[in-house]
Ligand binder design. Structure first.
Ligand code: ASP
Length: 442
């Protein structure tokens, strides 16, 4: 029998009623055997996610030596979930133990991981399934990245012959033997790791939306839903801010060709979005699959005559940035010009000054200029590579909206055109591109 791995996000864990939905989803399909859960998310817009409460606990612990005050809010959240579910489960004993271990470990990652741990304990009770602690089966390497091979082996061994199991997402064990978390939203990665370990037929990622939308619904009203995406398109879109799924979650499943299906816990009947490996990907027929973007980039523009014939020019420029520990997102270039596009959050004024001085000293440019407050917009789609004139349509739409383009970069995969505009033109630019490709016939 094939096996499905289901990951439920924070809003699917938010209260007892939603957890009942989760149970009926799992009970509705015998192939849904392994479940990965996040910590309870927000119940209403100004509610606080349990993981954020736990980061507060850690801060309180550092400043006062105890986390009693902040942990009270965590306690209240889990106690009410257990009460709403009418479970016969001694959550207060588990919470006491958890608080004691938080105070003893004094490890931020450990504290943050307890939301997933407690969720998984409760969901295992609800489903009558085995609880498998991620600490015993998900491992990190010395450099902090996932130790995939070791984790897949451990999970496969632990789950072999098990009828149903629940695992907490977001964390595992570091080489120092202590609990370590992925970056925020990392339960998506945990789900993918489990899917890979058990060679699942599909990795179902249950969220509170019915899949990916062609662009941000806060910018365009009711954008079209994307039915199918390739892994590559997903990577481009989620890196550029479409945040339904953690952008690293495709790595574990990609090698094993396992599709990801995004589903909505609150509308399980909706089809959602399928994310497919290239071998199974059937183009949707649309030229553009989706549009995503981010604000706040800084561009360092460098001009020097005959730059192209100077051996090692780009390497020398990049070594200045590497020395400051700053990474570059894009490097569009011409014969005598190049631009370095950098995430502004990674720069302070002092760092930027040092970089500019370093570049002047190392490569003696004719001109160096800083352009701030740049937004990048990615227009993504496999269909673009085989169709003449797509870029022309993008730029005509932007020009018709009276927006000045500051930078263009077409990825070498020809499935992604990145446009840099002023921050203030960001929303208008997305609307213009969306209207061109989605409101008319593609
Ligand atoms: N609970 C963690 C977070 O808020 C991880 C997750 O939800 O995936 O980032």
């Amino acid at each position: 029998m094939s096996v499905k791995v289901c990951k439920f996000g924070g809003t699917s864990m938010a209260d007892g009623n939603v957890i009942r939905n989760v149970k009926s989803i799992i009970d509705g399909d015998a192939e849904r055997k392994f479940v990965v859960v996040s910590a309870p998310g927000k119940r209403y817009s100004d509610d606080i996610k349990v993981t954020d409460l736990l980061y507060k606990c850690h801060a309180e612990l550092l400043s006062c030596g105890s986390c009693a005050e902040s942990f009270a809010a965590v306690r209240a959240r889990f106690s009410s979930i257990v009460k709403e579910l009418g479970l016969n489960f001694d959550i207060s004993a588990v919470l006491d133990e958890t608080q004691a271990r938080i105070e003893c470990e004094q490890n931020e990652d450990f504290t943050a991981s307890r939301g997933e741990y407690l969720s998984a304990r409760i969901v295992a009770e609800v489903l009558g399934a085995k609880f498998v602690d991620a600490e015993t089966v998900v491992f990190f390497k010395e450099n902090g990245s996932l130790d995939g091979e070791r984790s897949y082996r451990a999970i496969a061994a632990e789950l072999s012959g098990v009828e149903r199991a629940v695992l907490p997402g977001f964390y595992g064990k570091g080489v120092d033997g202590r609990v370590k978390t992925f970056s925020r939203g990392g339960s998506d990665i945990s789900g993918a790791v489990v899917a890979r370990a058990v060679n699942a037929s599909v990795y179902e990622n249950w969220t509170d939306v019915s899949g990916f939308l062609a662009c941000d619904p806060r910018i365009v009203q009711s954008p079209k839903r994307i039915k199918r995406l390739s892994y590559k398109e997903l990577r481009e879109l989620s890196y550029m801010g479409a945040n339904v799924l953690h952008s690293d979650s495709i790595f574990p499943v990609r090698r094993a060709n396992i599709p990801i299906q995004i589903k909505n816990t609150f509308r399980p009947q909706d089809e959602g979005t399928a994310i497919l490996p290239s071998s199974r990907y059937v183009p949707s027929g649309n030229l553009v699959t989706g549009i995503a973007g981010k604000k706040n980039f800084t561009v360092i523009f460098i001009e020097k005559s005959h730059m192209n014939s100077e051996v090692g020019f780009i390497r020398d420029v990049l070594s200045v940035l590497a020395a400051e520990g700053v990474s570059v997102e894009h490097i569009p270039s011409g014969i005598d010009t190049m631009s370095l596009v950098i995430d502004s959050h990674s720069l302070t004024d002092a760092k930027l000054n040092k970089i500019v001085e370093g570049i002047k000293e190392t490569v003696a440019p004719d001109l160096i200029r800083i352009i701030d407050n740049i937004a990048l917009i990615a227009t993504v789609g496999h269909g673009m590579s085989s169709s003449v004139g797509t870029s022309a349509r993008i730029f005509k739409a932007i020009a018709d909206a009276d927006i000045n383009v500051k930078m263009i970069d077409q990825g070498s995969s020809e499935m992604n055109v990145i446009t840099g505009v002023k921050n203030e033109d960001y929303e208008k630019c997305i609307r213009a591109i969306y209207a061109e490709f989605f409101n008319r016939e593609n």
